[in-house]
Unconditional design. Structure first.
Length: 274
């Protein structure tokens, strides 16, 4: 049986379910989780969520506490981003149905760990369980989200993607280059043997084989030309093999159009040694 969706989310913790709710505004979402939707690491989180919500608290104070507790291991830019977005994420969770603890209809903010201000927002004794419950319920009530419980993601099968071909073709045309696009090793080998190219671009995985052997043939026949490879599964071995073949750019998916065009400009400008 084949099931199609616009987005596939692996895991049903706070990250996965939050992503599913946001992606459902753009298309159909499938959530795959190996147990029940509420059986995740989020479910076992205790304490609460730290965010600047009190009248006497500040982002600067929260940042200082975090950097001090991090003992040099924190990236300041990341800390700034997480701290400044904390209150908005709390409000998103409340809108999704999370019931945070209140005292006399006011915020119940606790003081824990390395925090110098009361900023821990609890949700009963097990806030993680309450967050999972609310997000899972919101996902189940969304007609564009389907949750697959007791399912495991064994492998992600990638095939030739016409969207990537279209985007790359447009990006190359934007640089004033003529483009021939093919989707199989057989077609590529035929073209490499019969045509002269200034630049050869290949995915490392093609429907009928690997991209690097085709690039190797291209480099043998056209040693003065340049080559670029792209992959959604980068690894040290293929990157080293690409370097050995004289490939000038090893692009990791997803990449931006700007990064792609920059790699193309660099490859055309730098001619490899035969």
């Amino acid at each position: 049986m084949t099931l199609d969706s616009d987005f596939l989310v692996i895991g049903s913790g706070i990250a996965g379910l939050s992503a599913a709710l946001k992606l459902s505004r753009l298309g159909d979402v499938h959530v795959v989780t190996k147990k029940e939707a509420v059986d995740s690491n989020t479910n076992y989180a205790q304490g609460g969520i730290a965010a600047v919500m009190g009248a006497h608290d500040t982002f600067q104070s929260h940042m200082a506490d975090t950097l001090k507790a991090g003992a040099g291991l924190c990236r300041k830019a990341v800390v700034r981003s997480v701290v400044s977005e904390g209150p908005a994420r709390i409000r998103e969770l409340i809108a999704a149905g999370v019931r945070f603890t209140e005292k006399e209809r006011a915020l119940d903010l606790g003081l824990e760990g390395g925090h110098s201000r009361r900023r821990i927002r609890p949700a009963g004794d097990l806030p993680g369980r309450e967050i999972d419950r609310a997000l899972a319920q919101a996902c189940r009530e969304d007609p564009r989200i389907r949750i697959f419980e007791d399912h495991a993601a064994v492998d992600l099968i990638l095939e030739d993607d016409p969207n990537i071909v279209r985007i790359c073709t447009r990006a190359l045309a934007g640089l004033g280059l003529s483009v021939i696009a093919v989707g199989t090793v057989a077609e590529a080998v035929t073209l490499v043997r019969s045509r002269d190219f200034a630049l050869f671009i290949s995915d490392l995985r093609l429907p009928d084989g690997r991209g690097l052997p085709v690039v190797a043939q291209f480099r043998e026949l056209r040693p003065q030309a340049s080559a670029i490879v792209m992959t959604g599964s980068p690894n040290v071995e293929s990157e080293e093999e690409a370097k050995r073949l004289g490939i000038l750019a090893y692009l990791r998916k997803p990449f931006s159009v700007d990064a792609f065009q920059t790699a193309v400009r660099g490859a055309l400008k730098t001619r490899p040694s035969p």
